[in-house]
Each structure stands twice: as C-alpha cells, then as structure tokens.
Design a protein around this ligand. Sequence first.
Ligand SMILES: [Zn+2]
Length: 344
Amino acid sequence: MGAANIEQDILDLKKSLQDAQSKGSTTTLLDLLRQLSKFTVTAALLRKTEMGLFVNKMKTHADNEVSRLAKDIVRNWKAQVTKEAASPSSTTSSSTTTTTTTVKAEVSKSGSSIKASSTTTTISSSSSSRPTVETKSSPAQIQSSSRDGSSAASSPRTPTDAGKDRTVRSDGIRVKTTGNDVRDRCIEMLYQALGTNSNAESERLLKKATNIESIVFKNLSPDGSPSQNYKAKIRSFFMNLRDRNNPMLREAVVSGDVKVEDFCEYTTQDMASAEAKARDRELQLQNMFAAKGAEPQQAETDMFKCGKCKGRKCRYYQMQTRSADEPMTTFVTCINCDNRWKFS
Ligand SMILES: [Zn+2]
C-alpha cells in the first residue's frame, strides 16, 4: 500500500463514517471504526485527512461501544505519532510497544519502614491487527498505548532511559532530616516518584518532594506523628506520580504547572483525570496546530518576537481550544525561520 492509497482509503472511510453518523447507524459505524483501527498512521496523514480530530470527537459519542473504540484508536494513533516523532528516520513504524508498570508500595505495620518495588511488563502489538492490550482503566492507573504522552516539543526519550530510577542515593542527595524516620523516607519515596523519567535538577525534585510531604503531614497528622491517613496519602501519590503511563501529571508537578498546594488536594480520581485531560488536549492541539499551520492565510503582525531568530515578522491565529470560559490560544509562526509556538 502506497502512501497515496492509504490517504485515499482513510478519506473514503471518513466519508462513510460521516454518512453512518448522520444516519445514526451504530452497527455500520462500529464496522467502519474497526476497519479504521487497522491503519498505520503518521502525523502527516492525520493532518492531511484531519482524521485525528474527527475520531477524537467520536470519543464522546452516545454509544458506549463507539466511544470506546474511538478512544482505542486515538490512543493507538497517538502512540504511533509519538513513536514517529521519537525516531524521525523511520516514519513508517509498523509496531507499537506498550509498557505497563505496576508499582507496589508497602508501609509496614509498625510504620517504621516503607518498601517500594516495581515490575514492568511490555506488550508489543503489530499495527496491522488490533492490539490486544487491555484498555480497562482503574482510577488509580491509566492504561495507555502511549508511554510518553508529552508534547511533540519536549525531547523524545529513548526506551533505554525508561528503566532508570532516580533515587536520593543514586543522585547523591542529602535529605535534610525532619527528625522522623518515616517522614524522611516518605520524602525519599516522593523524590524517586517525581524523578521517574525526569531530567529535572535534583534540587527541584527534592524541593517538590519536601513541600508535598510537609503539606500532607500538616494536613493529615494533627497529633504531630505520621498517621495512617498520612501514609495512605503518600503511598497514593507515590504510585500515581511514578506510574509510567502518567507522565503529564508528574511533569506538571515537577515543572510547577500544577502547584504543590493544589496537587496535595488531588484525589486518586483527580490524578487520573488530570492526566487524561492533558493528553486529550495535547493531541487536539497537535492536530489543530499542524492543520492550521499549513494554511497560508493568517494575519501578519510584528507583535511577537521569535525566540529562535529574534525576528518580528510573524503570522498568527487564535483559537478556542478549551472550554469557552478559558482564554483563547494563540498560535504563532515565525515567517523568517518557521519557528512555531503557542500560548494562551
Ligand atoms: Zn524566527
């Protein structure tokens, strides 16, 4: 199958899907989506056909089966596009790899020692058939075909760093003692969780870990010694932050996009949905940005300064990318060097 053929096939499918959608024929819709799920896509292909956005919208379809299938496809495509971005030399990657990490943390009865262990399983699936990955997700752990849900702008990581764990010991960090062994160890656990797959400076990680621990302790240990609730909360944070399928939550906390004070209020459900929301939004932006960037008719301005070449000749457009009560997102392209950025 040549690239042009695939593109035409996808466009044909899109038309049939639109037909089935307007007729309200769920059976046909499901059948077409199943066909669609067998395609191997590239970012360029999604952009040209605008299929990413189209299927993304179907995630909220009234029929459960349709929305589930649409979610599967989007997740699978996202993985393919992410993988493509990570290895520009092989734009036609034919298989996706899913890594699922299960993390177990135990707090012993006496409360004096905390053990953490992790196991990683890797499932590979060929893109020519529907992946057999179990996609049911519990609130505590999001399953995703995308190991790295970060934006295309962030540096791609190779699978080899994924296995590396950063601990206070491996980073040679001295944790200032709180005077309590359990609390000190909790800080170390949070440090390890925040450092998963991270290139952030040790000091930043330690500061975040220390802040989180101190807020949780203040909120949940009224009598001044680590309570059961305190330990449960730290354990929940550890597991969710360390989850390799939740990179955006972790990055948001480390970068400060989510304030530590706010994060400490998060429930397990919040952590799961924060991740899902960030991922959906990123995919949507990625598709929209790429599609609109290809269009020549955008307003020219000298309002912005390009961070790359310092030029001021830019094209821009604005779009409502989130809910209506949030500010518009502005997409800017530098005419001189083609650098692109967005802000809201
Ligand atoms: Zn520029």
